[in-house]
Design a protein around this ligand. Structure first.
Ligand code: SF4
Length: 134
């Protein structure tokens, strides 16, 4: 989702706050549009490492900051063009869905619906609803 910075949220002046900032991430100012970059700085770092070793980026090698911070392991990031990646397998699950899919927005982020009471009469087996292990 895009978000516009109507105000200057960042404190550029306080000296002690400067050390808490991630030097790999620019701090946007008032009047700038914000959007998740899928931690492009981490993607670039992984690309550089893979290039140096003359290989492709491995599945699970890139971990976004929010994914890393999530104690419930609720976020999975990966190459959705690789059918064998963990994220592709999760996206292929029947309970995977996109928001505003009816408007053909085709967002990269997809969600897994929570199934609390699986109907045994359905064709889908309960094991398909088990949380993925990373
Ligand atoms: S931490 Fe998460 S929300 Fe923020 S840029 Fe990275 S992937 Fe996007």
């Amino acid at each position: 989702m895009r978000r516009f910075n109507f105000l200057l949220y960042s404190d550029y002046e306080t000296e002690s706050l400067k050390l808490m900032r991630n030097p790999d991430v620019s701090v946007r100012s008032r009047g700038v549009m914000e959007k998740c970059t899928y931690c492009v700085q981490r993607i670039s770092a992984a690309k550089i490492e893979a290039d140096k070793e003359n290989r492709n980026i491995r599945d699970g090698e890139i971990v976004t900051a929010c994914q890393q911070a999530c104690p419930a392991d609720a976020i999975v990031f990966g190459n959705m063009n690789d059918p064998n990646s963990r994220v592709s397998k999760l996206r292929a699950q029947q309970r995977s869905y996109q928001v505003i899919a009816d408007q053909n927005a085709r967002p990269r982020t997809q969600y897994l619906a929570e199934v609390l009471n699986v109907n045994q009469e359905l064709e889908v087996t309960p094991t398909e609803f088990a949380p993925a292990k990373g």
